[in-house]
Design a binder for this molecule. Structure first.
Ligand code: AMP
Length: 328
């Protein structure tokens, strides 16, 4: 726990009249929840401060959290404090104008691959960045204000990044932070409905995945989602990518991977890697990726690279299984 950094961050927020909040590309519940949650806390506490989140990306399943802000002239970045949330490396920051800010703070829970920012508060063992912002609020609750909307933003990221409080980085602190938010007031019924109800068509797609998933010799389950499959099932890149969740409960398969063809100019293939018990991030890092030990991403550019990545993952699983007995 790093009290000094939290204190400095509070001091910096007090110092600046304009604060810009940044997040990562391919938005998820944690980067959206933590930016919106922190913005709401700052605005409730100091209504006169200008706080902006400028990001063009849209996500269907997160749209219930509401829109972000319109862009502002570049000159207005120059005397602003930038705070980047939930983003390990600067190239993954969605609004690259972050570099125009006068000072930059990084708040994150990913394994730090590249360091950036004038001040950093990174805690890898935290289950989400939203948990860190909830903790930030709780630490300074004599000074900071929160309401149920802000608590809901933060709770959203805590729920989504921890797999509904299931992953191994969930600890007592996680639940204590969640308790603080629930005490403020979160409509969990409505929130879980927004996050987890699935359409009839999507369930049909899931059935297709279960029919077409494959497994390597040592137990790496995987699915390859090409453009045609995405068209057939009328998938967005977001819904196609969510398929990784279908592979997470196969006995003996301690690593699972989804490959999703994108429509970008390089025909890149998004790779989502997940594991239990063993870390899989070393494999992601060999293929232009990173993230967490058991939940990471990478990018490949050909079917040959897909095969190579699968072979590497299979080798890592084999080695783990040969040297450990406690896996399931
Ligand atoms: P994803 O499968 O895209 O949800 O990624 C899982 C985690 O790894 C997230 O926390 C991402 O921010 C992170 N991640 C995904 N892709 C990359 C990448 N290419 N480089 C670094 N981190 C990544």
């Amino acid at each position: 726990m790093n009290e000094t950094n939290k204190q400095i961050i509070l001091q910096k927020i007090k110092e600046y009249n304009r604060i810009l909040l940044f997040r990562h590309i391919r938005i998820d519940g944690d980067c959206v929840g933590s930016t919106k949650g922190l913005k709401a806390i700052i605005k409730l506490t100091w209504p006169e401060k200008e706080v902006y989140i400028i990001d063009q990306e849209h996500s269907d399943y997160l749209s219930f959290l509401g829109p972000d802000d319109d862009s502002i002239p570049d000159e207005q970045y120059a005397d602003a404090l930038g705070i980047v949330l939930d983003t390990a490396t600067p190239d993954r920051i969605s609004n690259q104008k972050f570099s125009l800010c006068k000072e930059l703070i990084k708040i994150d829970h990913h394994i730090p691959v590249v360091s950036y920012g004038d001040y950093t508060w990174v805690e890898e063992e935290r289950s989400s960045t939203c948990e860190m912002i909830a903790d930030f609020y709780h630490t300074f609750s004599d000074e900071l204000k929160i309401d149920s909307t802000a608590a809901t933003y933060l709770y959203t990221g805590m729920v989504t990044d921890s797999g509904r409080f299931r992953f191994r980085d969930v600890d007592g602190d996680t639940l204590r932070c969640a308790a603080v938010l629930l005490d403020v007031g979160v409509d969990t019924d409505r929130l879980f409905a927004h996050l987890y109800l699935e359409s009839f068509e999507y369930l049909k797609f899931k059935a297709h995945i279960y029919q077409h998933m494959e497994i390597t010799e040592n137990g790496v389950a995987y699915i390859y989602i090409d453009r045609r499959m995405q068209e057939t099932f009328n998938l967005t890149s977001e819904t196609a990518s969510a398929s990784i969740g279908c592979l997470d409960s196969i006995k003996g398969s301690i690593c699972w991977i989804a490959f999703i063809e994108t429509a970008d100019e390089k025909n890149s293939i998004r790779v989502r890697l997940r594991s239990r018990f063993m870390p899989i991030n070393p494999v992601a890092e060999q293929y232009r990726g990173g993230g967490h030990a058991c939940a990471c991403g990478a990018t490949v550019y050909s079917r040959e690279e897909v095969s190579a990545l699968l072979a590497d993952a299979d080798r890592a699983v084999k080695e783990y299984k040969e040297t450990h007995e406690d896996w399931l």
